[in-house]
Design a protein around this ligand. Structure first.
Ligand SMILES: Nc1nc2c(ncn2[C@@H]2O[C@H](COP(=O)(O)OP(=O)(O)OP(=O)(O)O)[C@@H](O)[C@H]2O)c(=O)[nH]1
Ligand SMILES: [Mg+2]
Length: 320
């Protein structure tokens, strides 16, 4: 369709495009279809509001987005619904850019391991994200070391070792039930002694309501900081996209306890509600840095607002 080509600005990133298929073919297709009408009327805004909320943007973020959109339509004297849709696209990109603007530049120093502490509730995709990050850094020529900081379950240690073997990345681990702080300490020692660039630390899926588990996380941080004052350079909170608005509540608690610096949204391929990214961007103010779009190590991308929005709105196969 002419419109789709006309409005597209970014080249599709295959994993992002593929991973957001469910969202694109579901709620976002309905959103696009809303603009196939002759005039911009109240019904358009009502339907748009309902669909955005359904897509997991949340009530507040939806209101804010629609306020912006209405104001621009008025200011720019837009009467063509197709142009209004392009404005919606632009405003959605702007909203996501709130989340990337305060992203810290990652500084990889020679001789100082770059430590990423990966946190999040049970089953959100932490261990899988670590494997993806390991591959990401390997592809950029960095030496990676993994640390099995989730000592609560034997299976968790094994899972990380399996990934390590597949990727050719060593894993520092202790026996199940060991003190996570001790494993992390050994991991840092190994990183220094053997000159690793990147240290990725897996942690247990902690229930954020359990105070002692949050304390555990603080303790791990202290162990790291005693050896590398600037570390962890990255505290990555993994949010499961399929848990919707619940993920936001989790994120707030982790931010307080663990000093989250970055967010990875995993399992975007498993939901039609890709709108959660907008709610996270607006309501948390923590940069979204990565997205996970499948179970393979390659189903991973750096988060880019424009690519993301276009993957929600534009279907290649239809456009072709
Ligand atoms: N479809 C899909 N599945 C994913 C993605 N990321 C992780 N998974 C799957 O989600 C499940 C849980 O992933 P894990 O990486 O083990 O999650 P975790 O947070 O480490 O879990 P715990 O250690 O038990 O807290 C696994 O079956 C993964 O294969 C993703 O981006 N897409
Ligand atoms: Mg795990």
């Amino acid at each position: 369709m002419i419109f789709r080509r006309f409005f597209r600005r970014t080249t599709p990133e295959p994993h992002v495009q593929e991973g957001l298929r469910k969202s694109r073919r579901g709620i976002f297709r309905e959103i696009v279809a809303l603009f196939d009408r002759s005039a911009i009327d109240d019904e358009l805004f009502d339907d748009l509001e309902a669909l955005l909320i359904q897509a997991d943007l949340g009530v507040e973020t939806t209101q804010a987005l629609l306020d912006q959109l209405r104001a621009r339509i008025r200011r720019e004297g837009i009467t063509d619904p197709a142009q209004a849709r392009e404005l919606l696209r632009q405003e959605m990109i702007a909203l996501l850019e709130q989340a990337t603007r305060n992203r810290r530049v990652k500084i990889y120093q020679r001789g100082v391991p770059f430590v990423t502490l990966v946190v999040g509730v049970n089953g959100t995709g932490k261990t899988t994200t670590i494997a993806k990050l390991a591959k990401y850094h390997q592809d950029r020529g960095r030496n990676v070391l993994l640390v099995a900081g989730d000592t609560f379950r034997a299976a968790a240690i094994d899972q990380l070792k399996v990934w390590g073997e597949r990727l050719g990345v060593p894993v520092i681990s202790h026996a199940p039930g060991a003190d996570p702080g001790a494993v992390v300490f050994d991991g840092l020692q190994a990183a220094f002694n053997r000159n690793y660039d990147i240290l990725l630390i897996d942690t247990a899926g902690r229930l954020h309501t359990k105070y002692n588990l949050m304390e555990e996380l603080k303790k791990i941080r202290r162990v790291i900081q005693r050896q590398v004052p600037d570390a962890p350079q990255e505290v990555l909170l993994v949010i499961d996209a399929t848990t919707g608005q619940n993920g936001l509540a989790q994120a707030r608690l982790f931010t307080d306890a663990a000093g989250v610096t970055d967010i990875a949204i995993a399992k975007l391929d498993g939901t039609a509600k890709g709108g959660i990214a907008f709610a996270i961007a607006r309501e948390l103010g923590i940069p979204i840095s990565y997205i996970g779009t499948g179970e393979k190590v390659t189903d991973f991308a750096e988060f880019d607002p424009e690519t993301y929005v276009d993957a929600l709105f534009f279907d290649d196969e239809e456009a072709a």
